[in-house]
Design a protein around this ligand. Structure first.
Ligand code: ATP
Ligand code: MG
Length: 357
């Protein structure tokens, strides 16, 4: 079999993004030769610092190179200025739009040796719902203010996000069957909504997701649904019951941050922004200005984001190797960064994980 070459854009961004993205590059370079995978890297700019230097938080060149030359990318973090800065808006939000990365995928996983292990992934629709940002404020008859926002749900977007959730459930099952330890025996997708109140918008999401997941290729995937408030309750009481959760944009946003709290540190949680044939791995944390430059940022969220990106580029075997090396480090618990109660530096954690590859 000929080697496959993947071209990966590297966008460190601001703060600890500059410390963790190089670790992401290192782990790709350290993958065993037997996988027959080669990587080429392109350094790209975006972020607040880029905005201050060039006037654009997301230079057109970055978008063009990603679109025309790259198979995938890694995005570090961008600092959000404390006050609104004229002309500045988040480059990752813009990037999701310009590359039509319609899904935000966030796995939340503990080590399997934990007392109550969890292993779930939240698949959040990323283009519509209340995030269409169509708001207005007007006056009531008595002169008091009223504000309104549009919650838009389309059949198309609901169908494609539910289909992606089904594909992810199948792929997770495949990775388990290849020997990766897991708490789940069979794939399950839980659709979340609030259609008891919002019968049209969430009703459409729920019905369309059901329809998408009824496709014959998902015949081995269990499908359940749950009202979002009761899901939050169960997410905290019995998180081990969830495998794949699919959600409209706002509920997905809230559920993913809530779920991230279950595993103890933001420094552990990866994500991917996914569209047709393209994926950007991105750690869930921000630029963490309080710890930048100290070589103590936990690199694991980024290393897991690298693995997640590889999954979407159909390189499950390579992804599984990275997950296993990270789990090995966490299970042994000898070289942990300070956010996990350890004293290891970023460099030491990365070296330990590379050794386990
Ligand atoms: P931003 O505006 O860029 O989001 P922030 O100040 O909100 O910056 P976050 O990056 O969101 O900071 O982090 C929140 C907290 O979690 C901070 O105290 C930060 O130090 C900690 N943290 C985030 N990421 C990591 C990491 N990879 N390793 C260790 N601690 C982290
Ligand atoms: Mg933050």
């Amino acid at each position: 079999m000929a080697a496959r070459t993947l071209r990966i854009g590297l966008i460190p961004g601001d703060g600890i993004g500059k410390e963790v993205i190089p670790a992401g590059r290192k782990i790709l370079e350290a993958l065993p030769a037997s996988l027959k995978l080669k990587f080429e890297f392109v350094d790209l700019k975006a972020g607040f610092e880029t905005f201050e230097q060039t006037g654009a938080a997301l230079p057109d060149k970055t978008v063009e190179i990603l679109k025309n030359e790259c198979d995938g990318a890694l995005f570090g973090a961008v600092s959000s200025p404390s006050k609104a800065v004229k002309g500045y808006s988040s480059p990752i939000v813009a990037l999701r739009k310009r590359l039509d990365l319609y899904a935000n995928v966030r796995p939340v996983k503990s080590v399997m040796t934990a007392k109550n292990p969890i292993d779930m992934v939240i698949v959040r629709e990323n283009t519509e719902d209340l995030y269409v940002k169509e708001e207005k404020t007007y006056e009531a008859a008595d002169g008091s203010k009223i504000a309104e926002a549009i919650k838009r749900i389309s059949e198309k977007a609901s169908f494609r996000i539910a289909t992606m959730a089904g594909e992810i459930a199948l792929r997770r099952q495949k990775i388990r069957e290849s020997g990766a330890p897991s708490i789940h025996k069979s794939p399950l997708v839980t659709i979340t909504h609030k259609s008891n109140v919002l019968s049209q918008t969430d009703g459409l999401f729920r019905a369309t997701a059901r329809e998408a997941l009824a496709a014959s290729r998902f015949s081995s995937v269990g499908v359940e649904e749950q009202i979002v408030d009761s899901m939050v309750y169960k997410l905290f009481r019995q998180p081990e019951t969830y495998d794949v959760i699919v959600a409209p944009n706002l509920y997905g946003d809230i559920l993913s941050d809530g779920a991230a709290a279950l595993v103890g540190s933001l420094g552990l949680v990866p994500s991917a922004n996914v569209g047709e044939g393209f994926a950007i791995g991105e750690p869930c944390h921000g630029s963490a200005p309080d710890i930048m430059g100290k070589n103590i940022a936990n690199p694991i969220a980024t290393l897991r984001s690298v693995a997640l990106m590889l999954e979407f580029l159909n390189e499950e075997t390579a992804a599984a190797k990275i997950y296993a090396a990270v789990d090995g480090n966490l299970e042994e618990g000898r070289l942990l960064s300070p956010d996990l109660g350890g004293t290891a530096t970023t460099t030491e954690v990365v070296e330990d994980i590379l050794r386990r590859l």
